[in-house]
Ligand binder design. Structure first.
Ligand code: CP
Ligand code: NVA
Length: 321
């Protein structure tokens, strides 16, 4: 049985198998196959969502399924029923699950105990559906593979979105630059696991370090505190919120620490001519991106949002196929 619990857990071959199916689902939206006919899938969400919720509800229906949306706070899970018990109940009634929650271990436990195809729709650790969509969108808009390109992420480089980008770079063979203050670089344990797939041993972070460059699988990971260096000659500039869901208590500190880690016209000028600018959304203008740059690249950003629908159909089709 296949799940999509993280990008760390899937191979580059499987990423390609998924990506190769997306264009067909987009082109043949009205006529494609309905492999989930007769099935019921549940979305179980412990965090807010606009894009993920709507794209999965619509996408699963268009694949033929009936869909239940379960706000975790409305079911006994929210009152402390263990995830493994919730999973064993739902696993006897439904055919697949899409889960947005805090702990990565919760989606993994759900998949283990429910024994039904399970998708990570965002945890504190990863956002795999988003990054597969972003890569499809890059390749769709550019007409060439992301392999060999340079992707620069600016902002909170320790959160779920950049971490999923690390695994995509390792498997698909591109350079990922993460520009963030030192305290917002990814956890050392994650970088260690990624570096273990490269040829050079990695000894860990050093004090007062401002740049790191290491092999990860077939890609490269560059960590920098200097966003201007990171943006140089990039093919894609990417950002995400400074305050991820669950980090609201740290808002004031984060706004201070991350001030300046913004995609704006000055930064775009340093990237390759015609570089794409993406944002996973929701966007906070004046923080991780300025209004003018957001609007100048709105067509790319909302194509990215639309592509969640098509990419997630390809993910589910790969899981049940
Ligand atoms: N990008 C994303 O996952 O958006 P939502 O939080 O609205 O689902
Ligand atoms: N890093 C963000 C992504 C939102 C789609 C969060 O976790 O809130």
């Amino acid at each position: 049985m296949k799940h999509l619990l993280s990008l760390e857990a899937i191979s580059g071959t499987d990423m390609r198998l998924i990506l190769d199916r997306v264009a067909g689902f987009k082109r043949d939206r009205a006529t494609h196959a309905r492999p989930l006919t007769g099935q019921t899938w549940a979305l179980i969400f412990s965090k807010s969502s606009t894009r993920t919720r709507v794209s999965f509800e619509v996408g699963l229906r268009e694949l033929g399924a009936q869909v239940l949306f379960l706000n975790a706070g409305d079911i006994q899970l929210g009152r402390g029923e263990p995830i493994k018990d919730t999973a064993r109940v739902l696993g006897r009634m439904i055919h697949g699950a899409v889960i947005r929650t805090f702990a990565q271990s919760d989606v993994e436990d759900f998949a283990t105990y429910a024994k039904i195809p399970t998708v990570n729709a965002l945890t504190d650790d990863e956002h795999p559906c988003q990054i597969l969509t972003d890569i499809f969108t890059y390749e769709e808009l550019r007409g060439e593979p992301i392999t060999g390109k340079t992707v620069t992420f600016v902002g909170d480089a320790a959160c779920n979105v950049p971490v999923s980008w690390i695994w995509a770079a390792a498997r698909l063979g591109f350079t990922l630059r993460l520009a963030a203050p030192r305290a917002y670089w990814p956890a050392e344990a994650i970088v260690k696991r990624a570096a273990a797939g490269g040829a050079m041993p990695w000894s860990g972070y050093h004090e007062a370090q401002v740049v790191e460059r290491l092999e990860i699988g077939s890609g490269m990971l560059e960590l920098l505190t200097d966003l201007n260096l990171a943006a140089r000659q990039a093919d894609l500039l990417y950002t995400d919120v400074w305050v991820s869901m669950g980090k609201e208590a740290e808002s004031a500190q984060r706004l201070t620490d991350l001030a300046g880690y913004q995609i704006n016209a000055d930064l775009v000028k340093l990237a390759k001519r015609g570089a794409l600018v993406m944002h996973c959304l929701p966007a906070y203008r004046g923080k991780e991106i300025d209004e003018a740059t957001f609007e100048a690249h709105a067509d790319t950003i909302f194509t990215q949002a639309e592509n969640r629908l098509h990419t997630q159909k390809a993910i589910v089709d790969w899981m049940v196929g």
